[in-house]
Design a protein around this ligand. Structure first.
Ligand SMILES: Cc1cc2nc3c(=O)[nH]c(=O)nc-3n(C[C@H](O)[C@H](O)[C@H](O)COP(=O)(O)OP(=O)(O)OC[C@H]3O[C@@H](n4cnc5c(N)ncnc54)[C@H](O)[C@@H]3O)c2cc1C
Length: 394
């Protein structure tokens, strides 16, 4: 009870409902994360040795419940805290954990995930960015794409090919890369909401020290799968926030405001949305509790990720029923409709980012339902002999 009171009191002072102005989201996010750390609410379940609060998932649950009605400006840390930090805790050396985890929790350093390439998205293991050993360093060259937050990231978790003579899953290594190193170029990509949340990243002979390897050399596929597991839970399990126009609560409020709440079709769709939202929240709570107890979510993270994307699509359809044309066109002073339209335009990305719906279905089919595996014609074939990406196109 004291913990809940502490959280509530702190949030009332630092994160008032309705949010705070975010003219500079990076500066605001860093200041907020630092305050969160000082209050003992950063990395609630992470080990105290590396800067975490060392508490249980019960405290995390309390914090999430209390924070759900606040607009916490922590989006810039989603990848670092949800994916890179947990992977470092799983696979990093003591030196890596001591160096990187605390500054992440204190909001001093931001991380990004450098997996996808123009020819390697769903099939991440087809990646062509290479890292070659040169003395004590590795030298990285290649291109990544759709890298969320690279424009403000300090470090990236990068997958590169270190043994092109091995089959594609066996010659990959994961590295920690300094995003300000010489040879790193970040170029923004704009999406259909008009914003530029992700980037292309080019590596031109970037030197990376040998102690920047996460896990083992050539065993980066294991590190990648570890991070993708955390990613599915962290994306699928994101708490639906108070200010998100596509939550049941906000769509119900909109329906009441526009006099549509008693329309039988609208109320039936709202009931379904509520049930799905609650079921997913409970499922995610269970996954988090199991993860905190030391059990990896495995393929069930894909259930959370798929269900989260499907929930958003259903919310978009309810939003269209309620708001009609206002869901896509609005008067300049109609802020509610403008925010709803941006959320609707951002929804298709939820079925792609972090692995597409089809890929999640494939994982669920194979690893949970025990259906036959997809044929793998490239199994056991050395990577350099495969026709992937730009290989063999000359
Ligand atoms: C908003 C957003 C943020 C992102 N942020 C990052 C990031 O920070 N870091 C990063 O590394 N990446 C990021 N990505 C990239 C994302 O992970 C990839 O876009 C995604 O994995 C899909 O890969 P692709 O775009 O190459 O599509 P493709 O793999 O080319 O897929 C095209 C279509 O074919 C289908 N398909 C492919 N293979 C199969 C199969 N075996 N079975 C059935 N269907 C299949 C796919 O489902 C899809 O519908 C982001 C993407 C988005 C949209």
């Amino acid at each position: 009870m004291d913990f809940r009171n502490d959280v509530r009191t702190w949030l009332a002072e630092y994160a008032p409902p309705g949010g705070v102005a975010q003219d500079d989201p990076v500066a605001m996010g860093k200041a907020f994360q630092a305050a969160l750390y000082d209050a003992g609410f950063a990395g609630i379940t992470w080990p105290a040795e590396y800067g975490g609060a060392g508490l249980s998932s019960a405290e995390q649950q309390i914090f999430d419940e209390e924070a759900a009605s606040s607009d916490l400006p922590t989006g810039i840390f989603l990848i670092g805290l949800g994916m890179c930090g947990p992977t470092l805790l799983d696979l990093g050396t003591h030196a890596q954990k001591s160096r990187y985890v605390r500054p992440l929790l204190r909001g001093e350093e931001i991380w990004c995930q450098l997996f996808s390439e123009p020819g390697a998205g769903s099939d991440v293991a087809s990646l062509q960015t290479r890292a070659e050993r040169d003395g004590d360093d590795w030298v990285v060259s290649g291109q990544k794409v759709w890298t969320s937050g690279a424009q403000y990231a300090d470090f990236g978790a990068l997958l590169a090919r270190t043994d092109p003579g091995a089959p594609k899953h066996r010659g990959i290594t994961m590295f920690i890369v300094d995003m300000r190193a010489e040879g790193v170029t970040v170029r923004p990509l704009r999406d259909m909401t008009g914003r530029a949340p992700f980037n292309e990243v080019f590596f031109d002979r970037v030197r990376v020290p040998a102690d920047a390897v996460i896990g083992e050399v050539d065993a980066g596929w294991f590190a990648a799968v570890t991070m993708l597991g955390h990613e599915r839970v962290s994306i699928g399990g994101s708490v639906r926030r108070h200010y998100d126009p596509l939550t049941y609560a906000n769509l119900h409020a909109l329906a009441s405001k526009l006099g549509r709440a008693h329309d039988p079709v609208v109320s039936s769709e709202l009931v379904t949305l509520y049930a799905r939202e609650r079921a997913l929240a409970l499922f995610n709570t269970r996954l988090k509790q199991e993860a905190d107890a030391g059990s990896r979510p495995g393929a069930r993270g894909s259930v959370a990720k798929l269900a989260g994307a499907q929930l958003l699509w259903q919310a978009v359809s309810v939003a269209g029923l309620i708001a009609g044309p206002r869901a896509v066109a609005w008067e300049p002073d109609d802020v509610d409709s403008a925010e709803l339209a941006v959320a609707i335009n951002a929804t298709p990305a939820s079925s792609i980012a972090g692995g597409t719906n089809q890929i999640q279905r494939g994982i669920i089919g194979e690893r949970i339902l025990g259906l036959p595996k997809e044929p793998q014609a490239d199994r056991g074939v050395p990577f350099r002999e495969l026709r992937v990406g730009t290989q063999h196109q000359d």
